[in-house]
Design a binder for this molecule. Structure first.
Ligand SMILES: NC(=O)C1=CN([C@@H]2O[C@H](COP(=O)(O)OP(=O)(O)OC[C@H]3O[C@@H](n4cnc5c(N)ncnc54)[C@H](OP(=O)(O)O)[C@@H]3O)[C@@H](O)[C@H]2O)C=CC1
Ligand SMILES: O=C1CO[C@H](CO)[C@@H](O)[C@@H]1O
Length: 274
């Protein structure tokens, strides 16, 4: 009754609600070991990006885990200065090579740019050719989605945005829900700062779960896919152990009420350059 392990995207593809984030994981042993350990723990979803400079190590960690490729959901993203039709097709092939895979499960436009409609055409082509199972965007505000959807053949399947108890972005959530765009949370633990949230200690005692677990559980009960990053084995395990309990509606609301609308990461408008 507590299982909420998969989201179904608007094209029917199933995406594990909990994945491993890899931003700031050092390329080499640190990433290989974290990815391998996460997969052995039960994770089946890894989020990376060209800009994280660890795709090769993510690929190696997956190979060393001995989990079958088709059982792992791999996401990567095209960086801002590689956007545009031809350059995105090239960036995609380079990511595939570094990840030692023949296809991706999800490819995202990392940040909205002036040229993103051209980038999207490349993603649509990759999707139609079967090189990627789902395509989406990241850090898109409503205005960026509106602009993209006007000229798109395919509506994005995912919008990966900053999301945590302090930043709920209700209007964006409603817009995405209306257009069947799955929301995915980045920095779901506020870089570890969730432990400083005013209310969470009480909830932690009530449910016998850590504050991080309470917050990750709140995210998946909000219907949001979440990708906490950790290189620490105990925390990788802890973050995965969120499927055997359920927060009450009242407690869900208490956490949602912590929303101040204050970002901890960049505002997408600051990144709108190319
Ligand atoms: N699309 C985008 O623009 C962006 C995407 N992302 C993606 O989202 C992922 C997650 O976001 P990220 O910014 O990494 O931040 P997170 O909110 O996932 O926080 C990661 C930090 O929290 C610590 N941590 C992990 N688990 C726990 C725990 N149980 N208790 C206390 N501290 C913990 C980690 O330390 P330790 O490793 O030592 O455990 C690390 O310092 C990224 O890794 C990346 O894949 C992130 C930013 C932007
Ligand atoms: O995913 C990300 C991680 O951090 C980068 C900053 O260095 C962000 O721009 C990016 O969105």
């Amino acid at each position: 009754m507590y299982e909420q392990k998969y989201a179904t995207l608007n094209n029917g593809v199933k995406l594990p609600m909990l994945g491993l984030g890899t931003f700031k994981m050092e390329s080499g042993k640190q990433t290989v070991e974290a990815v391998k350990f996460a997969l052995q723990t039960g994770y089946r979803h890894i989020d990376t990006a060209m800009i994280y400079q660890n795709e090769e190590s993510v690929g190696q960690g997956i190979l060393e885990s001995e989990i079958r490729r088709e059982d792992v959901f791999i996401t990567s993203k095209v960086w801002n200065d590689q956007q545009g039709y031809e350059s995105t097709l090239k960036a995609f092939e380079e990511s595939l090579k570094r990840l030692s895979t023949e296809y991706l499960d999800l490819y995202l436009i990392h940040w909205p740019q002036k040229i993103s409609c051209e980038t999207w055409k490349a993603l649509e082509e990759l999707y139609e050719k079967g090189k990627v199972r789902a395509i989406g965007v990241s850090n898109f505000k409503i205005k960026h989605l509106e602009q993209l959807i006007q000229s798109a053949k395919i509506v994005p399947m995912i919008n990966q945005v900053e999301f945590h108890p302090q930043l709920v972005q209700e209007d964006l959530m409603d817009y995405c829900s209306k257009h069947k765009i799955q929301v995915e949370a980045w920095s779901p633990l506020m870089h570890g700062k969730v432990i400083e949230l005013p209310i969470s200690q009480k909830l932690s005692e009530k449910y016998h779960k850590s504050i991080a677990q309470i917050v990750l559980r709140w995210e998946i009960q909000m219907g949001v896919v979440t990708i906490p990053k950790s290189v620490n084995e105990a925390r990788i395990k802890e973050n995965f152990d969120i499927f055997q309990f359920k927060l009450s509606d009242d407690d869900m609301k208490k956490i949602s009420d912590l929303n101040t609308g204050v970002r901890i990461g960049p505002d997408p408008d600051w990144m709108y350059m190319f």
